[in-house]
Design a protein around this ligand. Structure first.
Ligand code: MLT
Length: 245
């Protein structure tokens, strides 16, 4: 296959190794956590949030919130908001009323770690089916880029794989081997609901999240991320600051 040869990462262990060797250095990185971190980030920014600060651990997020009392503390562990959080990780919670003009400190099980793996990248762009086309257009003509599928529970996540396939197709690489699951099955919500994360969300009564996040190009925005360090009482916390340029 001629043309661009993107690097695809599929599982959390691979992403951690990529972060350790600073594999992102100088390269555009697209981060996908279809269910639900990057879908939620896109929704929050589309609904007017000022910025999202993606951090790794729950305790780190609490420490950042302690420094920024006006921020909304948000995210999930096992799919639900940890004790004392203002918001979970469902895009339905990120209404315009709730998030307009607000800073959101977000921690999720896999997605925020995948974003943090992009230190040194020339760009960090969270993507999901909600904003796929807009992000794909920014890579027109790029011959080197990285697509990080956040995965889940130490494994590849089907919804991330088919979203990455849709993304590769949108950048003209529909014949790439990593696009095979998308070619075969598409990226519809029924398929996603049958995969592990989908079944977990259905079990939590959140099937509507799967349907919402599967809306192709619903928010045609291109969020930008940059790695920052936030000073807290417990020491510096690395974060990805995500905003609409
Ligand atoms: C993750 O980061 O693993 C997901 O956002 C999980 C979820 O939304 O429940």
């Amino acid at each position: 296959m001629s043309g661009p040869k993107p690097l695809l990462l599929h599982v959390p262990g691979e992403i951690a190794a990529f972060a350790r060797r600073r594999g992102a250095a100088g390269r555009p990185c697209v981060v996908i956590d279809q269910l639900r971190a990057t879908s939620t980030i896109v929704t929050a920014l589309a609904r007017g949030a000022k910025r999202v600060l993606a951090v790794g651990a729950v305790e780190a997020a609490r420490a950042v919130k302690a420094e920024r009392p006006d921020a909304l503390l948000a995210g999930e562990r096992l799919g639900t908001a940890p004790e004392g959080f203002d918001l979970g990780n469902s895009p339905f919670e990120y209404t315009e009323e709730r998030v307009r003009g607000r800073e959101i400190v977000l921690t999720t099980t896999n997605g925020t770690f995948a974003l943090l793996a992009c230190a040194g990248a020339s760009s960090i762009r969270p993507a999901s089916l909600l904003n796929l086309g807009a992000v794909a257009r920014t890579l027109a003509g790029a011959d080197d880029f990285v697509v990080i599928c956040s995965g889940s529970d130490g494994k590849a996540a089907l919804e991330d794989e088919v979203t990455a396939g849709a993304f590769l197709t949108a950048v003209g690489l529909g014949g790439h081997p990593a696009a095979a699951p998308f070619r075969a099955w598409g990226a519809g919500p029924e398929l996603q609901a049958r995969a592990a994360n989908g079944r977990r969300l259905v079990g939590l009564g959140l099937a509507k999240d799967i349907v919402f996040c599967a809306q192709r190009d619903h928010f045609p925005i291109v969020p930008e991320g940059r790695i920052v360090e936030i000073r807290t009482g417990g020491g510096p916390v690395p974060a990805v600051e995500i905003f609409l340029p």
